[in-house]
Design a protein around this ligand. Structure first.
Ligand code: 15L
Length: 285
């Protein structure tokens, strides 16, 4: 899905109340750590609510913790009350049987946007994924304007999220920056990662940019570090002001031979290991 109905990069959003879903997960923890000094009456965020289905063991005094299941519509409506902007990191993060994806990533995203509409929330930063285009061949250069080619139910669910972002902007004016994240891990681990790696600091830069830019309308960008052999376009980066500073390339000698078996879908397609998952046996109720 191409969703570049975005326009200019702008100044910072006004101070406000931020919600981070998926706050107990790896990306949630990285983002919360980076934001810790930005919370307070005179800071960028006057109030930060952190939410997850799991307990948030390391919550800080300035974080308002709410345990919430994305699939619970009423709970989501309560969660969004008083929120100006959301970073949506919650949901299923890997390829699984459809049932799990459906609850967390389909119903969950519906609940998120409906709750945002009802509460008057103005901005969503959506953790989308490179798996929206995971069936392009490795080495092919892909931009957000090109047709989606999801590599599994997870990728399809992220495409659904991007569709919801588009519809909720066009109909209700809620702005979204969808981040088609690459491999957000401490360091690149294999040859694919030389193209797909997004460092933790660049993930924080990207998320900050997506939160702060004004007049983003509905924009989709790839989230990747400045890897010289990345497969994804920088389209939209200038609009939100994202400038990556890290690169996986220094690890090339160490990891370039770590690859899936030649000829396998996992070696051929951009989605890598996700192409090795499924079809799944039927899950009976
Ligand atoms: C993702 O979107 C997933 O959440 C993560 O588990 C990784 O698979 C990553 O993409 C990737 O493509 O490396």
């Amino acid at each position: 899905m191409s969703s570049q109905n975005s326009s200019t990069q702008g100044a910072l959003l006004p101070k406000g109340r931020l919600l981070i879903t998926g706050a107990a997960g790896a990306l949630g923890r990285v983002l919360r750590e980076a934001l810790v000094n930005d919370i307070g009456p005179d800071r960028e965020w006057t109030h930060v609510r952190v939410s997850d289905r799991a307990a948030i063991a390391d919550a800080r005094p300035q974080e308002d913790v709410v345990i919430c299941d994305l699939a619970d519509r009423e709970a989501m409506e309560r969660l969004l009350v008083g929120v100006d902007a959301v970073v949506h990191l919650g949901g299923q993060a890997v390829e699984t049987p459809f049932e799990g994806i459906c609850e967390a990533n389909i119903k969950g995203v519906f609940n998120l946007y409906e709750a945002a509409r009802l509460s008057g929330c103005k901005r969503v930063v959506m953790a989308s994924s490179n798996h929206v285009t995971g069936c392009y061949d490795q080495g092919e250069f892909v931009s957000p304007e090109m047709p989606a080619r999801p590599d599994g139910y997870y990728g399809v669910s992220k495409l659904f999220a991007e569709g919801m972002a588009s519809m909720y902007f066009d109909r209700y004016g809620i702005e979204t920056v969808s981040l088609r994240l690459g491999s957000v891990i401490p360091k690149a681990e294999d040859r694919r990662g030389l193209s797909t790696w997004l460092s933790y600091p660049d993930f924080v830069r990207l998320t900050h940019a997506a939160l702060r830019a004004t007049n983003v309308r509905n924009t989709t960008v790839y989230g990747v570090s400045a890897n010289p052999h990345k497969w994804w376009s920088e389209s939209g980066w200038d609009k939100i002001g994202y400038v990556p500073q890290d690169s996986a390339e220094p690890l090339r000698a160490e990891i370039q031979d770590k690859v899936f078996p030649e000829g396998s879908m996992m070696a051929k397609k951009q989605g890598g290991s996700f192409l090795g998952l499924g079809p799944f046996p039927r899950v009976d109720a």
